[in-house]
Design a protein around this ligand. Structure first.
Ligand code: BG6
Length: 426
């Protein structure tokens, strides 16, 4: 089926850093000749210039056109509709690559202009609200114009190659499948640490913080993939329902098991000497499910840490120290799986030593970027890697006690030096 993709906000940071390079890759496979792209911007746009400055030499110029409009003017959406001129056997993907405050109005205007026919899909970027109530309002608002089937909520962590591999690895290896429960597993850590700070996104970050920016969506979803049941027949269509089931079994977060901190220098960077926004957040969750009851589930994320790493670490129960087996899903920057185990240290003495069994994709294998996967799956109507409204709401519900506690108390905000180590903060 012929696909038209409209990107609202084509000149923005997400579009130039992620979407255009992803589209370039997709087009270069030669499998998507039926895809054409319309880039919407406020000002008159020289598309070739934009492509040249963000991609250099590109194959995209042949299949992309520009359209300028005022996104706060309803009539302009009628002009956009005429410009798109969607044919009978065509589908339309509308990607909102805009600041979150703009989303509700744009959705309303699109709906009023009739750009919500059944063959239209709406791709939305996080954050989906800032708390349970605002997320509910946003989901209800979008539902006035688009059915849940038409809405593709992007959490790009779900579409990372190694994230998908958590499910494949668990289901594809009987060795681990049989011990994936509280009897064998002592604790699980899901961490996403970054060396970079807020990179000039002062306004965004001041309204967001680490809990909302990364923990609520990205890390909670990684946890869901780690805890959920694997469908025996590997039907990826069941994934969203299974993730939700795992989320539904989480206990609401306990504020006394949460830590927040801010790196020193942050307040100067955002020109707000009283800012209480956390650049580091960690929480310990527990699950009520019979499989996971009693297993601590730690989620942590931070900016300006000592390293860039995203990992899911699974610790197995042990009888003595030299049995600490740890399975690590390395999501980035190196993609692979590592198992720490103990063997006999060579020599006359009978001692143990720690060894690693590991697998990493060789550097020459270019793994698809998450945004390539997101766009391809949306074209193909595959929804398993998109967050449903119920998952979004449940994630906010679990975190709500911590959010409320942090809103009402300021005394527990710690400060850390740039380059801090995770375990010194928790
Ligand atoms: C985004 C956050 O969702 O994810 C950023 O808004 C964060 O603050 C980014 O840096 C991390 O994504 P990735 O793919 O680089 O790990």
């Amino acid at each position: 089926m012929k696909t038209k993709l409209v990107i609202i906000g084509i000149t923005g940071d997400l579009s130039t850093r992620k979407l255009l390079p992803a589209l370039e890759q997709i087009i270069s496979t030669g499998d998507f000749d039926d895809l054409s792209i319309i880039g919407v911007s406020r000002r008159e746009l020289d598309i070739d210039n934009l492509l040249a400055s963000s991609l250099g030499n590109t194959q995209l110029s042949g299949c992309i056109s520009g359209f300028s409009m005022d996104i706060s003017n309803g009539e302009d959406y009628m002009r956009l509709k005429d410009f798109i001129a969607l044919g009978d056997n065509e589908q339309l993907l509308i990607y909102l690559s805009v600041p979150p405050v703009a989303t509700p109005h744009i959705v309303e205007f699109l709906g009023q202009a009739g750009l919500n026919m059944p063959q239209v899909k709406l791709l939305l970027e996080k954050p989906f609200g800032v708390d349970l109530e605002s997320a509910r309002q946003m989901i209800d608002h979008v539902a006035k114009y688009y059915s849940e089937e038409q809405v593709y909520r992007i959490d790009h962590y779900l579409a990372k190659e190694m994230t998908q591999n958590i499910v494949a690895f668990r289901g594809g290896n009987a060795l681990f499948d049989h011990v994936w429960n509280k009897s064998a597993i002592e604790k699980i850590e899901v961490v996403a640490l970054e060396k970079i700070g807020i990179e000039g996104r002062a306004q965004f970050y001041e309204q967001t913080g680490a809990l909302r920016d990364v923990l609520q969506g990205h890390l909670v979803q990684l946890l869901a993939l780690t805890l959920m049941e694997i469908p025996r027949d590997f039907d990826w269509n069941d994934m969203a329902a299974l993730r939700l089931e795992a989320l539904n079994q989480l206990q609401p977060a306990d504020p006394s098991r949460a830590v927040r901190a801010q790196y020193s220098g942050y307040q100067g960077e955002v020109s707000n000497s009283g800012s209480l926004i956390e650049t580091f957040a960690a929480i310990e969750l527990t699950s009520n499910s019979p499989t996971w009851q009693g297993v601590p589930l730690m989620l942590a994320t931070g900016k300006s840490m000592d390293r860039k790493t995203t990992e899911v670490r699974v610790y197995f129960r042990k009888n003595h120290e030299a049995q600490t087996n740890r399975l690590i899903f390395k999501i980035q920057p190196y993609e692979g799986v590592e198992i720490e185990l103990y063997t006999k240290k060579p020599g006359y003495d009978r001692e143990f030593e720690r060894q690693r069994l590991s697998f990493e994709y060789p550097e020459e294998i270019k793994l698809p970027d998450a945004y390539e996967q997101v766009i391809v799956d949306a074209i193909r109507s595959k929804k398993s890697l998109f967050a449903t409204g119920n998952e979004v709401l449940r994630a906010w519900e679990v975190l709500q006690p911590v959010q409320q506690h942090w809103d009402m108390n300021s005394s527990d905000l710690k400060t850390y030096s740039r380059g801090a180590d995770l375990y010194t903060l928790i």
